[in-house]
Structures are given as C-alpha cells and as structure tokens.
Ligand binder design. Sequence first.
Ligand SMILES: O=C(O)c1cccc(C(=O)CC[C@H]2O[C@@H](n3cnc4c(=O)[nH]cnc43)[C@H](O)[C@@H]2O)c1
Length: 204
Amino acid sequence: MSILVVAATIEEIKPSLSFLKEKQIPYLITGVGMVATTYALATHLQRHKVDLLLHVGIGGALDSSTPLGEVYQIYIDEIFGLGAEDNGAFLSIEELGFGKRMYTEKLPINIQLPDIKKAQGITVNSVHGTKASILQLHQQYQKPLIESMEGAATFFVAEQENICCLQFRSISNYIEPRNRNAWEIELAIKNLNDFLRDLLRFIN
Ligand SMILES: O=C(O)c1cccc(C(=O)CC[C@H]2O[C@@H](n3cnc4c(=O)[nH]cnc43)[C@H](O)[C@@H]2O)c1
C-alpha cells in the first residue's frame, strides 16, 4: 500500500523526517490553510499513485480539560462557516443547495488501527480568538472538538479521488482568546511524531 504522509508545515513532522527517509515513505508539505492544502494534494495526486493519505498536524481543542499534547483521530471534519449569513442567521452550503461542509475519514480495509481517542474537527480560515465566537462554538458543538486549518480539505480531496484518508492531530493549544504563550507546540509535535512513527511501523 502506498502511503503519503501529509502535513501543513515541515516543523510538524521534523522529528520523523529521518525515519520517513529511511523507510522510503513519501511526505508532502502543503502549506497552511485549505486552499494551499487542496492545491498541493491535487497536483501531487495527478503525478503519484497514493492508496492512503495520512494527514498529521497540531490543532486547538475546545475542551480545556483535554490535556495538551494528547493525540486524537479526527473521524469527521467540517469546512467551518461555508454558507451565507442571512440577516443574523446562518444558511449552510447544504441549505443553499451548493454542496456540503462535512467530510469523513476513509478507513483502509485490512488494517487494525491503534485504539486512540476520536474527535470531531472543524477547519477554519481564521483561528477562533474572541470570547463571543468561542461561546458560539461551545453552544453548537459536542466535545471533543479540534480546530485546524487544513483537515477538511484533505478529507475533501480524498473523497474526490476515492482514496483512503486518516487524520491525526495532537493538541497544541486550547481554542481561547489568543494566548500564544500558553501553546505547547513542542510537546504536541513530539507526541504527534512518536505516534506517527509507531503507526507507520504498525501498518507499513
Ligand atoms: O500564531 C498563531 O496565532 C497561529 C495561528 C494558527 C496556526 C499557527 C501555526 O503554528 C500553524 C501550524 C498549524 O497549526 C494548526 N493549528 C494549531 N492550533 C490551531 C488552532 O487553534 N486553530 C486552528 N489551527 C490550529 C493549523 O492547522 C496550522 O496549520 C499559529
């Protein structure tokens, strides 16, 4: 099975680069955000056959009781805010009849995955950072909820191309009014990469 490891930034998979090279597992750095991710994946998949996209990255958790650094499997991800504002209400892209916001993982058959915690994802263009917008998230979503800037785009491309896709995120921060000093990026990246290498040893 040909696997492609996908991350937004090289920093997020740096601890695994020598392992990936040694095992000859290809990786793709897409850049941050849904547009960059979609373009990078689409052009890569035109030139290379891939059976499984393994998307890894850090993300923000809505639930502040979730320990920073914990790794989650994102099983469903939403293109957050895709729709139209309508005089104080929100009309989703589904209600407008132009498509859908929700995309899911596609599990490879015949592979037993490690039993880790699962979470729903939202994918944003703009990281939530005001009390009002975060309160809305608490009112609208079940927890655990993890925010990223790429996840739904990778699920979208995988669905378009009909290939398997898994997404794993470790929690670098809480979704809260911007407080960069509280982010645990180093811990999140270490745990993410320990998990990634174990997973690849297991399935490759
Ligand atoms: O400094 C900032 O405010 C900042 C905002 C967003 C992302 C970053 C990054 O370091 C980019 C890497 C990657 O991080 C993901 N990420 C991490 N936490 C969150 C979040 O709370 N909400 C959305 N995305 C998040 C994202 O997928 C980026 O690709 C720095």
